[in-house]
Design a binder for this molecule. Structure first.
Ligand SMILES: [Zn+2]
Length: 65
């Protein structure tokens, strides 16, 4: 099964033409489709990890001293 995507409506469809705007749909290839979102998500995850680590380090320091 091939999933197609209308980049105008941002709608997924199985048809070669978008049922909403009748624009030709494109093949949805996840890695090519949203690289920015993928890296943005990764960056956010990394930032959260760092923040959490920082908090843990601070609480450990205040506990020991
Ligand atoms: Zn469309």
């Amino acid at each position: 099964m091939m999933i197609l995507f209308c980049d105008k409506c941002r709608e997924y469809t199985l048809k070669e033409k978008c049922p909403i705007c009748e624009k030709k749909t494109i093949q949805n290839k996840p890695p090519k489709f949203s690289p920015e979102d993928k890296y943005g998500k990764y960056r956010r995850m990394t930032k959260n990890d760092i923040n959490q680590e920082e908090k843990e380090t601070k609480s450990k320091k205040s506990n020991t001293s």
